[in-house]
Design a protein around this ligand. Sequence first.
Ligand code: ADP
Ligand code: MG
Length: 261
Amino acid sequence: MMQETEIPLLRVSRLTHYYDYIVGCRNVSFDLYPGEVLGIVGESGSGKSTLLNCISARMEPTGGSVEYDTRAEGMRDLFGLTEAERRMLMRTDWGFVHQNPRDGLRMSVSAGANIGERLMAVGARVYEDIRESSADWLSRVEFDTERMDHLPSTFSGGMQQRVQIARNLVTGPRLIFMDEPTGGLDVSVQARLLDLLRELVDDLGLSAILVTHDLAVARLLSHRLMVMRGGEVVETGLTDQVLDDPQHPYSQLLVSSVLQA
Ligand code: ADP
Ligand code: MG
């Protein structure tokens, strides 16, 4: 996975964000390689979402840089891109799965249209093709396509999450950001959705950055883990190493579940 000859897909250097004088995240650096899933774990308030939002260009950081290996021009500094270039990345090469489906779906249009409009945003025009791709992706996430013309509000949380995932994958992205993707769901629904996510990531060879406070979720999906505390990374390593033999005292507490809600 991390061959030295390989170019990282994403390079984060000394990324820092302050909300006025409050530290969101500080001095975070890492490389993400193609096909790699990085889990970011830590307690509530440790800076996970701030970091993810800065990396995915949803928020401009106070300092540091994020470079991405764009298809057209290779490594580019995200914040040196034009707004239009960034928006294009977000629509095509990237996906973002929110904890709350309402943040990632358009609730006023059907499940099928939620997928279809992403295709139209990248130039698809033929109705039959759009409908067929939408149905395809909905079945890949185990969504009953007979309900594709219904509004998201008529679905369970787990089904809404499936639609959100399909909407994100339909454009063939290389990198998916996920912020607590199964956080709001019942444990039984979570389990199947996590398996599905893992299968999709494997099958499609996706790279992903997953934020979660749930170490079981992190273990299931991530190759590598970064443990955050107070906005900073305290430990990073292969998932099994970090969870089975944490080195930093804070990671030890986290893993021993003393800190878990
Ligand atoms: P996590 O996702 O790990 O729960 P966050 O990134 O949301 O952590 O928060 C990191 C720190 O930044 C916390 O101290 C939080 O209170 C603060 N913070 C987050 N969002 C804002 C905001 N919009 N304004 C001010 N402070 C914020
Ligand atoms: Mg958060």
